[in-house]
Design a protein around this ligand. Structure first.
Ligand code: SF4
Length: 273
């Protein structure tokens, strides 16, 4: 009996990596775009050097307080947490840097996180009411503090600085209510980790220039930037793109005339190089 040969299984076609495709095309068709944008922004906002601005637990809670709120409101809420649940650690001097939209926190000690975690929820909500969305943020803050303590035995997040960067980001995003943006802010600002937090300003400016695809979600935008930027460019890119979004490339009235990257921006010229 003649046996027919088994047919080879059809090979699965790998889906092309959309991020590699995008960065490859950008390099071919718009060479030096990233460098030119960073140089252009630095020409008006300056070169940025990393400096830790707060301890990591304070950074996390302050960042949660900024979610969908103005930075000044988040500062007010954080200061009221300090007053309601005074801590006994060292006095911290907040160094918010150029991209921050508030006045900077007054020097002070971090709140007593154990007391914040154990506080009756209505009391905590009242303490952070000035920050906006307090009924959502109160439980989020307590859940985050509880998770950190349960996993680590206390509320310190300094251990994240010893972890590989993406593992540290995954550790944080496993906590409910903490997405890539919040995790990246904490790791970038507290440890100088090469991550690129993407908030609404960064996303808007980057899409207008054509650094990232118009259809990329905010979550995907993080990964586009990781593929495009050198590790030592991320801090400056984050800070100066935010600043640009606040000052010149505003959502409603972008001031193209005074923009140092207008000649490379696809929003004003769809054929810009
Ligand atoms: S040219 Fe206009 S749209 Fe483009 S980055 Fe500058 S301000 Fe924004």
């Amino acid at each position: 009996m003649i046996r027919s040969k088994p047919r080879p299984k059809p090979r699965k076609r790998r889906r092309p990596d959309r991020i590699k495709l995008w960065t490859g095309r950008l390099n071919r068709t718009r060479p030096r775009l990233v460098d030119d944008v960073l140089d252009g922004l630095a020409s008006i906002y300056g070169r940025q050097t990393w400096e830790r601005r707060l301890d990591p637990t304070s950074e996390l809670i302050l960042t949660i307080l900024t979610q969908n709120s103005a930075d000044t409101n988040a500062e007010n809420a954080f200061e009221s947490l300090r007053a309601a649940y005074p801590g006994e650690g060292e006095v911290e001097v907040h160094k918010p840097g150029t991209g921050w939209g508030g006045r900077g926190l007054a020097p002070g000690r971090a709140p007593d996180w154990a007391k914040v975690e154990a506080a009756p929820l209505p009391e905590l909500v009242e303490a952070i009411r000035t920050g906006g969305l307090a009924p959502q943020k109160g439980p989020r803050i307590q859940a985050a503090l509880r998770r950190i303590r349960q996993e680590r035995g206390d509320h310190s997040l300094e251990f994240l600085g010893d972890m590989p960067v993406l593992e540290a980001r995954d550790w944080l995003t496993a906590i409910d209510g903490i997405g890539k943006k919040t995790a990246s802010i904490l790791l970038l600002f507290c440890f100088g980790a090469p991550l690129m937090p993407v908030d609404r300003h960064v996303e808007r400016v980057a899409k207008r220039i054509g650094l990232i695809p118009a259809k990329a979600t905010a979550d995907q935008a993080h990964d586009y930037f990781l593929a495009m930027l050198q590790p030592d460019q991320m801090y400056e890119a984050h800070v100066n793109l935010i600043r640009h979004g606040r000052v010149i490339c505003q959502a409603r009235r972008p001031d193209h005339e005074h923009c140092p990257v207008a000649d490379r921006c696809r929003f004003v010229n769809p054929k810009a190089p």
